[in-house]
Design a protein around this ligand. Structure first.
Ligand code: BTN
Length: 264
């Protein structure tokens, strides 16, 4: 089934205080992130949602492309206007946590986790990616745009992705109502946003517990060079950077540009 996103159903099921109340829907759009980044500041409201059924130039981290079959998945972006861009990597991970918890509640066995810094895995295959971008007007911070691509009902992936990508449909055998899935997810993201804004320490702990490889000795690639089982993953710090223990019992901190995790 390849259907258009049902805006009426979406509105009927939306139970958030503010997230997703402003909806910009497009049958086709190059990139929902680019759209929300380019909107003039006066048109942006806290929690605005941009969603398309057919994203033609979806972007991912590290200059990657995000491919998504038309009408099957969720490709959307959320605009947030916190007072500063500080700790925005934690907000990305908090949103990923919202998705992980939602999936683990929906499915019989908990099989979703976060792959630091910006993926969600289902049964160890990638089913969602997050791309957060900051918008400044001159030197002044204006907004955060969190772009989320979720493979919902897609059943076939390109040869390149076939071994590493999956969807909820493929893992459960069930066709998912995208509108209901999204509205429930937005309630959870809104809740996490409030925790993030209030700097609740429990949030980092919940994120850490759901990161693949947490507490384990893992392989990493530092500046492209593989170091096998070189570090123990200790979780993230308040900035969303990765904390690891090295073989000499020293703690090292890495940003997502510096390190890639190689987990089993
Ligand atoms: C990644 O896996 O590297 C992140 C992928 C993020 C994809 C989403 S889809 C909606 C939004 N618009 C984009 O162009 N990208 C994000």
């Amino acid at each position: 089934m390849n259907t258009q996103f049902d805006k009426t159903l979406y509105r009927q099921h939306l139970h958030t205080q503010w997230l997703g109340h402003g909806l910009c829907y497009f049958e086709e759009l190059k990139s929902t992130n680019t759209y929300l980044k380019k909107r003039p500041a006066e048109d942006i409201e806290q929690g605005m949602l941009c969603l398309t059924d057919h994203q033609t130039q979806g972007r991912g981290q590290y200059e990657r492309k995000w491919e998504s079959e038309q009408g099957k998945n969720l490709t959307f972006s959320l605009a947030f206007v916190p007072s500063s861009a500080e700790r925005f990597h934690v907000l990305t991970l908090a949103s990923a946590l919202a998705l992980v918890e939602h999936l683990n509640d929906l499915l019989d066995a908990p099989c979703a986790c976060i792959k630091w810094p910006n993926d969600v895995l289902l049964n160890d295959k990638k089913m969602a990616g997050f791309l957060t971008e900051t918008v400044f007007s001159g030197n002044t911070f204006d907004r955060l745009v969190i772009g989320i691509g979720i493979n919902v009902n897609q059943e076939q992936f390109s040869e390149e992705l076939a071994d590493t990508a999956t969807s909820i449909r493929l893992e459960t055998g069930n066709e998912i109502d995208r509108e209901i899935f999204l509205t429930d997810l937005l309630s959870r993201i809104e809740y996490k946003y409030n925790l993030w804004q209030r700097k609740k320490s429990g949030l980092l702990k919940s994120i850490n517990r759901n990161i693949k490889g947490y507490g384990q000795w893992i392989g990493v690639k530092v500046n492209g060079q593989l170091r096998d089982k070189a570090y123990k993953l200790l979780g993230i710090n308040e900035q969303g950077q990765l904390l690891v223990l090295n073989q000499d019992a020293g703690i090292e901190t890495f940003s997502y540009e510096q390190i890639q995790l190689v987990t089993d």
